[in-house]
Design a protein around this ligand. Structure first.
Ligand SMILES: NC(=O)c1ccc[n+]([C@@H]2O[C@H](COP(=O)([O-])OP(=O)(O)OC[C@H]3O[C@@H](n4cnc5c(N)ncnc54)[C@H](OP(=O)(O)O)[C@@H]3O)[C@@H](O)[C@H]2O)c1
Length: 294
């Protein structure tokens, strides 16, 4: 039987509707408008398109949104001063610096300069630490999106064997940690695989929920997946171009073969991708609520 497709497009749409209503109520009842600034350094085409999509969504949800474009040769000090300016601006609740930054700028220094209360990307060590100990914080957007997809599609996480492929700071490590937390949407037994894992298939075949964030096209084949597993494919790999010049994307799992074996699966595109921006918006609303004491 073919797997149920978990549509990130549909779930993201649902969450955006909820956020839109929440923002309208915050404005009307409390006079609070969530404010988001996206800072873009240089003109990397992929970064321009990500930032444009973030601004468009913020605008649609009724945020106060600022697009701050800076030249590629901005100094590190000038960028740090700019972040300080937004840290001190009470109309701005969320600050996003689009990565990657030019080589002469220390990314870590810049991300750490964002006040943890405005760190809607969830990359500041204060938020990472709070996430690990299970305190209220801004969760990193992609893992947060995966969590919402699992919960809203009714996947059973309690007691489940979850296998995560990939151990990056933005996807693998945080999603593994979230699945481990003692609460709804967590309570799983978690294994993390990476390039030094001796027999990856041994682990992936045990997974009730398999989350793949390796950045390698079709690294997971059908023989590596258990019958009835839930498969979340985070990978976005550009494998070619249409005659019109549009990128052809593929995930980290062999979707066509695995969908005949899994119980639920996310597609690429249209799976985890649309959730990431939406969770950035959710974090910004949360930041505005916290700032206003709501
Ligand atoms: N949809 C979205 O919104 C979204 C967001 C973020 C990322 N992504 C996509 O998700 C993928 C992963 O992103 P990332 O930033 O986490 O990547 P990353 O920083 O490159 O990390 C990849 C991880 O996968 C592991 N890995 C790579 N090849 C492997 C293999 N053959 N077997 C086992 N483990 C392997 C690496 O192991 P080592 O640590 O041993 O090197 C590493 O831990 C990319 O395709 C990215 O574009 C999508």
């Amino acid at each position: 039987m073919s797997a149920k497709i978990i549509s990130g497009v549909e779930i993201a749409k649902q969450i955006r509707e909820e956020l839109k209503a929440e923002v309208a109520e915050m404005k009307e009842k409390h006079g609070v408008t969530p404010g988001l600034v996206t800072i873009l350094v240089g003109e990397n085409p992929a970064s321009v398109s990500y930032v444009t999509a973030k601004q468009k969504t913020a605008h649609e949800l009724g945020f106060y949104s600022v697009q701050d474009n800076q030249p590629a040769d901005i100094s590190e000090d000038a960028l740090l001063s700019l972040i300080k300016k937004y840290n001190d601006d009470s109309a701005i609740h969320g600050i996003l610096v689009q990565l990657p930054l030019p080589k002469h700028i220390n990314e870590t220094k810049v991300l750490y300069a964002i006040h943890p209360d405005k760190d809607v990307d969830g990359f500041h060590p204060v938020n990472v630490g709070k996430m690990v100990i299970g305190e209220q914080c801004f969760l990193p957007c992609t893992p947060h999106g995966i969590l919402e997809m699992l919960m809203r599609s009714g996947a059973q996480t309690k007691g489940a064997e979850v296998v995560v492929v990939g151990r990056s700071n933005i996807v693998g490590k945080p999603i593994a940690n979230l699945m481990l937390q003692k609460r709804d949407g967590g309570d799983a037994t978690v294994t993390i695989c990476h390039t030094r894992t001796r027999d990856m298939a041994f682990h992936t075949r045990r997974a009730d929920i398999l989350i793949v964030a390796a950045g390698r096209p079709k690294v997971i084949t059908a023989d590596m997946v258990k019958e009835g597993a839930v498969v979340i494919d985070v990978g976005v790999n550009r494998i070619g171009q249409t005659p019109e010049g549009k990128a052809i994307l593929c995930g980290d799992v062999d979707f066509e073969a695995i969908k005949e074996k899994a119980s639920m699966i996310t597609p690429v595109p249209g799976g985890v991708g649309p959730m990431t921006i939406t969770m950035l918006m959710k974090n910004t609303v949360q930041a505005a609520r916290q700032a206003a004491g709501l």
